[in-house]
Design a protein around this ligand. Sequence first.
Ligand SMILES: *[C@@H]1O[C@H](CO)[C@@H](O)[C@H](O)[C@H]1NC(C)=O
Ligand SMILES: *[C@@H]1O[C@H](CO)[C@@H](O)[C@H](O)[C@H]1NC(C)=O
Ligand SMILES: *[C@@H]1O[C@H](CO)[C@@H](O)[C@H](O)[C@H]1NC(C)=O
Ligand SMILES: *[C@@H]1O[C@H](CO)[C@@H](O)[C@H](O)[C@H]1NC(C)=O
Length: 627
Amino acid sequence: MREGKLWFTNCVLILLMCESTLARFVVEKNSLRVTSPQNLKDTYECAIGNFGVPQYGGTLAGAVVYPKSNQKACNSFTDDVSFNFKSGAGLPVFLLVDRGADCYFTLKAWNAQKAGAAAILVADDRPEPLITMDTPEEGNAGSNYLQNISIPSALISQSLAEAIKKALRKPEMVKVNLDWREALPHPDDRVEYEFWTNSNDECGRKCDSQKQFVKDFKGVAQILEKKGYTQFTPHYITWYCPEAFILSKQCKSQCINHGRYCAPDPEEDFSRGYDGKDVVVQNLRQACFYKVANESGKPWLWWDYVTDFAIRCPMKEERYTKKCAEDVIASLDVDVKKIRECVGDTEADVENPVLKAEQEAQIGKGNRGDVTILPTLIVNGRQFRGKLDKGTVLKAICAGFEETTEPVICLRDGIETNECMENNGGCWIDKSSNITACRDTFRGRVCQCPIVQGVKFFGDGYTKCEASGALRCGLNNGGCWKDSQQGSTYSACIDNHTKGCECPPGFKGDGVKICEDIDECEEKTACQCPDCKCKNTWGSYECQCGGDLLYIREHDICISKDATSGVGWGFLSFIILGMAVVGTVGYAFYKYRIRTYMDSEIRAIMAQYMPLDNQAELAVHGSHGNV
Ligand SMILES: *[C@@H]1O[C@H](CO)[C@@H](O)[C@H](O)[C@H]1NC(C)=O
Ligand SMILES: *[C@@H]1O[C@H](CO)[C@@H](O)[C@H](O)[C@H]1NC(C)=O
Ligand SMILES: *[C@@H]1O[C@H](CO)[C@@H](O)[C@H](O)[C@H]1NC(C)=O
Ligand SMILES: *[C@@H]1O[C@H](CO)[C@@H](O)[C@H](O)[C@H]1NC(C)=O
């Protein structure tokens, strides 16, 4: 499980420090203090696993539990009687499991976490110096739960594990303290950290998690950098081609500057997609971006550049190009010319100072091992271990400050940046309405098409956002053309279309910026009958037929006023209508007469019994009220 594996896509490329010896790898450790039983009381070393969440800067107390079965924790602990939490006596459970080739360290940790353990202690199965437990290689099963491991893990020596198991068999309670406070140096009030990364975005899980991390961590990183709490430097691993192979096909497609700087082919296939040398050039451009941005006093722009580049210039869409990269650079208001100068002529047989410095920085010094794996994060000169996510990394960086000098962000998170103020953060904006895709979030600025007054905008957020949905014409006229003249108003936004703009009838144009009146008379699209008089108006036209003729607009024809056509049915229907009218009127008159007659009869009869004026009506109403 020792992680010494490099990205050897073929045997030609070499890392600088691999020339003579094996890469030097440092096992990062924290301490484990046994507080009971008495005979085991001491402080021991344990190795931090490269997954899960080590509590950098903190401690965790618990009681050790060793399961009666499933001791390698390769299976789930569900319906299992052997795993009894009561033995933890209310303390968090540190599940002790055995190392074994039957399953990955990560699966053991996942099973322990699912069963409710607060940490996992893995007992080494042979006497040897501690090793770093790592994640499975790419392509292996288990990556679906990997990001969900949230407990810390530690590998302990075989001898310590045996002593703990012996005490548990007695049975004795074994209480321990895991302590990460000294896992990272914390000498002063500024943390220096490096992130070794790559612009390649097609290497599967590792690339995806790198991209996600940069995106998530960006906001925090930028705040820390702007306020001077940290000094961050990005780095890029670079290979080189040995002298004898410089003219080989492999080196030509994977290297620049005559074999000096190389990167493995992204899809390990020289005949398709992007080549290793495309990756080196993009890496170099990112390193140069950092250099130029740092010189102008804004090193934090690197985070914007890298996230935007990943979003806008993915390999999958064949946009992993110089043009796309330079568009992103320009949108961030950084001098493209300076970056071109820094990249230099990649075909020339010369050294590039930036990449040369990167190669030298790869070689470990002091407590730091050589950088051989991607991604690698180094905090205050020590290699970070654990899952690469915002919370875990922030914890590690915060643990790098001298006590009491931590910035507020280490104590609580939730700070806004103000990046949309400048140049609109390089995002899309509609100048006429100030509707913008720039959003200030805790994660830094993001370019995301907005939702305004219930109207959703769609697009890439950088160059284009388009209103969509039923209400869109109510908002800035859906971004479409609209004009009023001669007392009438026309719009190119159609309410019941979900998107797009379309000039109304009588106009032509793109519908967004312009709709021009069509001169129907000039273009001879209407009113073309002989003797017709055509007059264009804005958005329409008027037509007058010659002689006694009548203009029928729908059909664009002139017809005679005493239209002889249609006499048959027209006349007949007139007769029928006439008869119907006469009938109806006659019937109504008859009814009216009957009614007035009846009314007067009834009134006469009733008047014999009661007075028939207003006074009487009031009396009737009054009696109702009393009921
Ligand atoms: C991991 O967590 C995510 C989100 O919290 C969840 O959707 C996913 O199902 C989890 N995966 C596993 C294997 O539990
Ligand atoms: C970035 O700029 C600072 C201050 O100008 C300087 O001290 C530092 O060395 C620069 N870092 C790099 C990697 O160039
Ligand atoms: C948009 O913002 C600018 C600058 O803040 C302002 O001058 C302008 O009036 C605004 N336009 C609208 C339509 O709100
Ligand atoms: C939608 O607009 C079209 C014209 O573009 C019209 O013919 C249609 O009747 C409209 N539908 C509804 C439901 O309003």
